[in-house]
Design a protein. Structure first.
Length: 421
């Protein structure tokens, strides 16, 4: 994969501009033998080329750049390549305006990049913060808005601000693999557990902020070390996060499970599977607990498409809240939930299906509650049960497909689809 990326970028450089890239800090590559000037960093310790501290994640390069940000240094402490060499001379164009850099940081802070001409002229740096800590992350900085402006032609210097933030103590930032143009997506396979350095390439939208953190509530049904924190801003009904995955095939297994932690109950969590052709499919399931982990199941049995290449998660789909809300999720799995064997699953029967009036549900364990949801996760009926079976009158429902969400007294949750005729 790395050889493929390098080949594509070098070909792009050849046909479009004389830019030395990718900057990979490898022996025989670009960056390792360049002259880097460190500035505004107290005693200005030199940039180091070191062994990759974590080759298990998305960055398996042998060597990387290590920048020591001094606590007494300026927020804009950084480093710059040498004029008249190193990166070469190039113009900012649509081919190279997207700059990608891998970073490994111990905290969240901005990474800034800008380019300069031989006389030092430059547009302002553009800054983007990392979202993951203690693991490699690929971030992209878009300079498209600068194309055609002054001081964007004849560029011969790259300037990097690895830790653009006020500091009170020294910090170490590693960075690597600076490329130009659209990067190949970092795809990973299911299950998504976030453990062992697993790091999806998260793309937030509509104000969503996604961050891998230590599990803030390692109890109940999810005691894993690392989870996803998703902050949804106030009044944002469709804030979510998308990430590419290795090809998902639901030919055999069709039910996904996801561990979620919500500060609110009755919140629809929507899981959307996306296909390169645009043949997408989505299911929503409503939370039932507050301030505790629960496992939600998403049944894609009725999906027409069988393969998908990316996943989108909305933690409060089509819900507007007057305040910011923080949710957590983990363990996205196709098939049985992680840690649950087939013998642990409840035997459950729903009949008749389709139905015109009465829907009966029977199970081998005590049912605490039954909720009837639309396919978008809207809760339209709830029934307290506290026994192993019950019946619900659905005669007033419109014709269509619905979801019966069965909550068991032991905390398990199962969902079943049914049709109202």
């Amino acid at each position: 994969m790395k050889k493929t990326i390098t080949f594509l970028v070098l070909m792009l450089a050849y046909v479009g501009f004389s830019q030395n890239a990718p900057i990979d800090f490898e022996a025989g590559g670009q960056g390792a033998n360049w002259t880097w000037n460190v500035f505004e960093n107290a005693d200005n310790p030199a940039l180091e080329i070191v062994t990759n501290p974590d080759p298990s994640g998305i960055n398996q390069s042998a060597t990387v750049a290590k920048f020591t940000a001094r606590g007494a240094g300026a927020p804009y402490a950084g480093l710059e390549s040498q004029h008249g060499g190193n990166i070469g001379t190039f113009d900012l164009t649509s081919d190279n305006a997207l700059v990608n850099i891998m970073v490994y940081k111990t905290k969240i802070s901005d990474v800034g990049i800008k380019f300069a001409t031989p006389t030092g002229g430059a547009q302002a740096e553009i800054k983007v913060a990392n979202t993951l800590i203690n693991q490699w992350e690929l971030i992209s900085i878009d300079f498209t808005g600068y194309i055609g402006l002054g001081e964007t032609t004849g560029l011969d210097q790259i300037i990097i601000f690895p830790d653009f933030i006020n500091r009170t103590a020294d910090d170490i930032i590693y960075f690597d693999n600076i490329t130009f143009g659209i990067p190949l997506p970092n795809t990973i396979g299911l299950p998504i557990t976030l453990e062992g350095g697993q790091a999806p390439a998260f793309l937030d939208f509509n104000g969503s902020a996604t961050l891998a953190i230590a599990n803030p509530d390692a109890s109940g049904s999810n005691t894993t070390a690392t989870v996803i924190q998703n902050t949804v801003p106030a009044n944002a009904a469709f804030a979510g996060v998308n990430f590419p995955v290795n090809n998902i095939d639901i030919t055999t297994e069709k039910v996904f499970s996801l561990s979620v932690w919500s500060p609110l109950s009755n919140i629809p969590v929507l899981l959307k599977l996306e296909n390169a052709s645009g043949a997408n499919s989505e299911r929503a399931v409503t939370t039932t607990t507050t301030n505790a982990w629960e496992t939600l199941s998403f049944d894609f049995s009725e999906a027409g498409q069988l393969t998908y290449q990316s996943v989108t998660i909305f933690m409060n789909f089509n819900v507007t809240d007057a305040a910011d809300q923080v949710y957590y999720w983990d363990n996205l799995e196709l098939g049985d939930p992680l840690g649950v064997s087939g013998n642990d699953l409840v035997n459950i029967t729903l009949y008749p299906n389709p139905t015109t009036s009465i829907l009966s549900i029977e199970a081998s364990q005590e049912i605490a509650m039954i909720q009837i949801l639309t396919l978008l996760g809207q809760n339209i009926s709830s029934l307290e049960v506290n026994t192993t079976g019950s019946s619900i009158d659905v005669s007033q429902f419109k014709t269509g497909m619905y979801i019966a969400k069965v909550l068991f007294s032991n905390g398990n949750v199962q969902t079943l689809n049914f049709i109202k005729e």
